[in-house]
Structure formats: C-alpha cells, structure tokens
Write a protein that binds this ligand. Structure first.
Ligand SMILES: [Ca+2]
Length: 566
C-alpha cells in the first residue's frame, strides 16, 4: 500500500488549499520504488537532479509507447475531472524528444490510452519544468489506471524528476472561478456609458427617463449555418424558425459546408456559389458579420473535390493559386476572415501531393496579396478539447518563421461528454496567446448523451463564461444549434420541428439576452445625465417623457463614452 501525502499549496495571498498527491516517489529520492519499466530500462541516478540529489534516467526504449510507468490509486482519482501535472525533464546535448504523459486504462474491453499532455523538448532547454492542468477521461469502466511517459525517438535518454499529479485541489483564489471570470468580463467587455440629455423647457426633468435597448453584442457570438436553409429564407422573403433563431441569438455566421472547395467547385470551372452567397447576403441584411470556412483542407478526402485530389505537382500548385484568386475575389467584402488550410496538424495533403514544401506558406501569401484586409486563420481540433496544443504551437511558429501572414488562431472546440476543465482550457488559451494573435473558438459544441441536457446546460454556461472572460479570445462560433441540422445532434441547443430550446439552449439564451444584456430604464440624479456600465455593442437610446418618446438615437459602445441628446 502506498501513502498519499496531502500537500498544501499556497494560491494567491494566504489561501491555503489542499490537494492530494497521486504520484509515489515522483522525485526518485527513494530510487525507483513505485515505478516499473514498460519496454525500457530506467535507474535513479545522482548525476544531475532538478530537486534533491537523484533523478530518473530512462534508456533502452524499445518502442515509442515504452516508458517508465506507475500504477495510480483508482480510489483517489476515479471521481476527479482532472488534476495538476508537474514534472521536470532534461535531455543530453543534441537530443530532441517528442513525448506524452499518458494514462493507460485497463477495462473489460481492452486497454485505452489517453494523452494527458503532449510536449516537445530540446536539449538546449536544460531542465524544463512543465506545470499544467490536465483532463482525465471517465474512469468508471477501468479496473486499473497507470501513468507513463512515452515518446520518440527511442534513442533519447531523458532525465526526469519532480513528477507530481495533484487532484482535488481548489485552484481558486479570491472567490470561485465564476466570480473571477465575471470580474474580468466586467473589466474587458464593458464600458461606462453616459447619456447627457437636453430637453425643451416645458418638460419637467423629473419625468424624463432613458430607455436603453441592447441590440447587438460587439463580441462575436456566432454560429455555423446550413446554406440551403438560409437560402430558402432569403428567396421566400420570410424567415422560418431556423432563420429566426439564428438571427435572434447570434451576431456572426460561418457556413458549415457551402464555402468548402468541394461545394464551391465540384467540377473544374463549374462554380456553385448560390448557397454561400444567399447566406452571406441574408446575414449582412441582418447586421451579422461573417467568416469564411475553409479555403483548403489539409486532411485528404475532406471535401476537397475529386478533380483536385487527382492533381499533383505544379498542376496542383496552379489549381491552389487559382482557387485563392477565384474565391477571395468572389467573397470580397462578404467575409472578414478565412480559415486557410484547415487542420494542418492532422494532414498534409497539399504538401504531399504537390511536392511543394512551401505550398502552405503560399496559400497564406496569395490570400493576403489578394486582400490584405482579410484575417487569415490557422484552424485545428484537439487543442482545447484534446491534447495536441504543443504540436499546434510548433506548426504556428514554423509558419510564422517562414513569414506566413497569419492573423488569427482558430481552436475548434468539439468537446465530448466530460465536464470542460476550466483550468486546463485557460492554460491552453494563455499558452497560445504567446503569438499575440486573436484567438477564436471556431467550432464549439459539447455533446453529452443525456436527453435532459442538464449537464449540457452547465457546460455551455461554463464555456461561454470562461471564453467571454479571456481577453485573448475574440469570438466564439457555435458549430450549429438545431438537432435536425447538426453533425452531432446531441450537441444541439434546440430540438424538433418546433425548434424548442433545450436546457442548454435556455442557458445560452439567458447568458446573451439576460445576464449579458445591458437593456434598462435609466433615471438621472437631477442633472439629466444617465449613467450605466454596459456591455460593448450596439444600442438604441430612447429619451422618454413619461410614456411619450421624445426621440431615439443609435450608438455603438466600444469604449467609455458620453452621448449627447438630441
Ligand atoms: Ca529528485
């Protein structure tokens, strides 16, 4: 039986919050007690240590999935959504190591493996300390859980020290995370609005009020749309329930499929822009902004037309250039942004098939040359909802080093049925912020299987509150809302022919139309100056004399402002 040492962590100023250490002998001062070798060799050595006098030297790896392994106490971790993983690692001169800390779950249906963190280290980094919030999978099927270090190349002989996994730690300081998020929201998403009215002399100032209507958020709360359905509304001149819900609850749009190459040019030279055009016209008429998705898709067989997949070499390079010219020109003024080459950490179709190592750079450059105003995005999955962030940062750095005009980072955000780990998602956003580029959640959804959507509602509320509170995040796009037009119907927030919001839909609507709505009737203190701290966005201000409307004015609030009426 191993001992679990309660540890005390000091968070903020003077808040003592206990967590439980899950790792036994993570500092290797007791040799290799608690650790086993899975297809490798390891020994506690006194050559070099991050803490104490010993560290673990790992060598003779036989496979990329080999590595030192420790069995965890399932009783301690089984109900935990995640924990804080910390360790130090160092390489010998000249080595580079791409590695993961992985959980191995033994179940009746076989073993499953979940990467807690994926990282890359170079020898130049010296002792590298990593501390990260990590998500756990659900453990209910597991009969045992082990943590191990794996990586490549297998020739590397890392030193490891200070391995710690703490669960049950209350990481908050100065209130709950929600309170902290709300304070940030107040700070970064709101401004002081002051309305100074001058009224005719015959009106008693005591009867004058201001009615403030919050018409639209500045922050993009967007959705993916089905182009065919929107086109029907545009052409019939009447918004059905689908179009109405979109218009009333979102201010930013993207086409789920209709702007992908396979939709736009299924056969060479045969262009089908109708669904995309109709949707973008419909949206613009309703004051909604739009982003383009996607010029290219790096993963093969993902809506790249067959005629393009049949091309290679310079023929493919030419077709890529032509596509940028066609599409960026066609949608000029209709979209503010484009995802350029979707999911580059998961595929390299255009590089492989053209043989042109700089084709990805050229995609960005050609689009930028065609329209320098466009925001050009990288976009990928398994970043905030997964563990491939290190790979993504490496890709972005690599493209930026080549001079690619990247102006936004897209993280898709397709979450499974586990609670979203607030600390971990926050850490990842903060890591990506190192590039000083706007970060967008481009394709959010959370899919649980329970038809009552109660947990779904909690997750929607948590996710939007967190994202709205992080200043690095410049927009959140929901990846569809209706179960009858959704790639994961369980993730929809409205259901059925009547388009009834479920519990998650109600939570979303409450946030954007109630909690984050600054609509109000304002009084003044005798000076006819009406004051309120309001969410950034578009407002209609009505000056009232009792029931009578003296006049109205539209204003956009993007900074502290005084509005004079009339
Ligand atoms: Ca040590």
């Amino acid at each position: 039986m191993r001992n679990f040492l309660p540890v005390l962590l000091i968070v903020g100023t003077g808040n003592f919050v206990a967590g439980t250490e899950v790792i036994n002998n993570g500092g290797f001062e007791a040799g290799t007690i608690g650790w086993a070798n899975q297809g490798c060799h390891s020994s506690a050595e006194e050559w070099d240590a991050f803490e104490g006098i010993k560290s673990l030297h790992v060598d003779r790896w036989t496979e990329e999935w080999s590595g030192p392994i420790q069995t965890l106490d399932l009783g301690v971790i089984k109900n935990e959504p995640g924990g804080k993983l910390r360790y130090a690692i160092k390489l010998h001169a000249g080595e580079t190591f791409q590695y993961s800390w992985t959980l191995k779950l033994k179940t009746n249906n076989g073993d499953t493996y979940v990467h807690l963190i994926d990282e890359i280290i170079n020898a130049d980094d010296g002792w590298k300390v990593v501390e990260a919030a990590v998500d756990f999978p659900q453990f209910f099927d597991a009969s045992s859980v082990q943590l191990f270090l794996e990586g490549s190349p297998v020739e590397v002989e890392p030193l490891v020290d200070g391995v710690s996994l703490v669960v049950g730690e209350d990481t908050t300081s100065g209130g709950s995370w929600e309170e902290q998020a709300n304070a940030r929201i107040d700070d970064i998403r709101k401004n002081d609005l002051s309305i100074s009215a001058e009224i005719p002399a015959n009106i008693d100032p005591a009867n004058v009020k201001v009615e403030l209507s919050h018409v639209r958020h500045k922050f993009p709360f967007g959705t993916a749309l089905n182009g065919q359905k929107i086109r029907k509304c545009l052409e019939s001149g009447s918004d059905d329930l689908y179009c109405s819900f979109a218009k009333e609850n979102f201010n930013y749009v993207v086409l789920e499929n209709a702007m992908k190459w396979g939709s736009i040019e299924p056969n060479r030279g045969q262009f089908k822009y109708e669904n995309a055009d109709a949707t973008l016209i419909w949206a613009a008429e309703r004051g909604m902004r739009a982003r383009g998705h996607t010029l290219f898709w790096a993963v093969p067989h993902h809506q790249t037309p067959a005629w393009v997949e049949a091309l290679s070499g310079s023929d493919l390079v030419d077709a890529v250039h032509e596509h940028v010219e066609n599409v960026v020109t066609h949608f000029d003024g209709m979209v503010e942004a484009w995802d350029v080459n979707n999911e580059m950490i998961h595929g390299s179709f255009f590089v492989d098939q053209s043989g042109d190592a700089s084709i990805r750079l050229k995609m960005f450059q050609w689009a930028h040359q065609k329209n320098p105003e466009l925001l050009l995005f990288v976009n990928d999955y398994n970043i905030i909802a997964g563990s491939e962030e290190a790979k993504y940062r490496q890709l972005i750095q690599n493209l930026l080093d080549q001079g690619a005009p990247i102006s936004g980072i897209g993280v898709q955000g397709h979450f499974g049925g586990n609670p979203i780990n607030i600390d971990r998602v926050t850490d990842i956003i903060k890591d990506l912020a190192q590039f000083n580029l706007p970060i967008w959640v481009t394709e959010f959804d959370w899919s649980g299987s329970n038809p009552n959507h109660v947990e779904h509602a909690i997750q929607i509320e948590n996710f939007y509150r967190l994202m709205f509170s992080l200043e690095e995040v410049h927009g959140v796009m929901m990846w569809g809302f209706w179960d009858q037009a959704h790639w994961r119907p369980d993730a929809a927030i409205v259901n059925g022919d009547d388009m009834e919001p479920n519990a998650a839909g109600e939570a979303y609507i409450r946030l954007i139309h109630s909690e984050w709505n600054s609509g109000d009737i304002l009084d003044h203190g005798g000076d006819l100056v009406f004051k309120k701290r309001v969410f950034q966005g578009d407002y209609v201000i009505r000056v009232l004399n009792g029931e009578e409307i003296l006049g109205e004015k539209e204003v956009s609030v993007t900074e502290d402002a005084t509005v004079y009426w009339p």
